[in-house]
Design a protein. Structure first.
Length: 337
């Protein structure tokens, strides 16, 4: 059984931690509940932190003339400066963070699909964007390929950033968990600062990186090889930034199938014809969206144990996050929606 580092996750406080929504409600989120015991949560409610009470008059994002403001229409208050100042203070003091799980569509925490209005009193939005705290998170911890420009986090990589609404999609939830636990594992490698641990990390994640981004996998291998004899700290920082880019987007299912076929090569010599046929049939069902990935990986795990294939048993690809977090439910939006 794999052991996992405990990720540190900043979470919107209204997602099951406190009654701090504008209407005094708390949102019981099933996924957040499942994460308890597997991560260290750091709950925060930016709106409460800038002095807004609970319950309170709603706030909204107003965008006009190239300027974005955070306002409270009922009182006329402009909260833009207060929220930006809080976000900067909070993120400066956050330390090592592996992920953010934020309230969807919130004018403070949302990372996308937040309604923007031309004027505070308008009934209909003019478009959508991100909330003020969510925007600060993405600027500091996000990924260019996902949400726009980003700076690396404290340990040379980026955090897994999502909202609870998008995580109703199985593919996006699996991607979030994979990134979260992989980045947490790398944080520990980086903290130790030993090249032998980085070499081991690269070897154990080869299959996972192959599925996600083969070009980045090869680049990460060259960074680890360190033919330029760069200082260890420089190598680790470079590796972290490129690891984050490698994990930026969910892997294509065709790439996952290629990795599984690669794994089959390590055990195929001992398999009966019927076992091989079963595996190939399972891959076809996975390709067609008729079977979850876990069925195929379970077969590979079983055969790896049976034939004692240490290389495969060490691969994080077969268990990138704790199995207790696996839940086969989906919003019905399909792969990567």
């Amino acid at each position: 059984m794999r052991t996992f580092e405990t990720p540190r996750v900043v979470v919107s406080q209204c997602l099951g931690f406190a009654r701090c929504r504008y209407n005094g409600a708390v949102i019981e989120d099933r996924f957040v509940d499942r994460l308890r015991g597997h991560v260290t949560f750091c709950p925060v409610c930016p709106e409460m932190e800038i002095g807004l009470g609970c319950p309170r008059e709603p706030i909204r994002v107003v965008s006009a003339g190239g300027e974005r403001r955070l306002v409270q229409p009922a009182t006329g208050r402009d909260l833009s400066a207060d929220m930006r100042a809080f976000a900067a203070r909070f993120l400066d003091a956050a330390g090592e963070v592996d992920g953010f799980l934020l309230k969807s569509r919130s004018p403070s925490c949302g990372i996308k699909d937040v309604k923007e209005y031309r004027r505070p009193e308008d009934d209909a939005p003019r478009g959508v964007g991100c909330g003020f705290f969510g925007e600060a998170v993405l600027e500091r911890f996000g990924l260019r390929s996902q949400y726009g420009p980003a700076a690396p986090s404290q340990y040379g990589g980026c955090a897994a950033v999502e909202d609870e609404g998008r995580l109703n999609n199985f593919t996006l939830r699996e991607h979030f968990l994979t990134r979260l636990f992989t980045l947490a594992a790398f944080r520990e490698v980086s903290r130790g600062g030993r090249m032998k641990d980085l070499v081991r990390f690269q070897a154990e994640n080869k299959g996972l990186l192959m599925a996600y981004h083969q070009a980045q996998m090869r680049k990460l291998g060259r960074i680890v090889a360190n033919h330029e004899a760069r200082p260890d700290a420089e190598v680790l920082a470079d590796y972290g930034a490129n690891l984050a880019q490698a994990l930026a987007r969910p892997p294509r299912f065709t790439s996952i199938i290629n990795v599984l076929m690669h794994a089959l090569g390590y055990v195929s010599g001992g398999l009966a014809a019927g076992e091989k046929a079963l595996f190939l049939d399972t891959l076809e069902k996975y390709r067609a969206g008729q079977a979850p990935l876990g069925v195929a990986t379970a077969l590979v795990k079983a055969w790896s144990i049976r034939f004692n294939v240490a290389y495969l048993l060490d691969q994080t690809f077969l268990e990138p996050y704790p199995e207790a977090l696996l839940e086969i439910t989906d919003s019905g939006k399909g792969r990567g929606s």
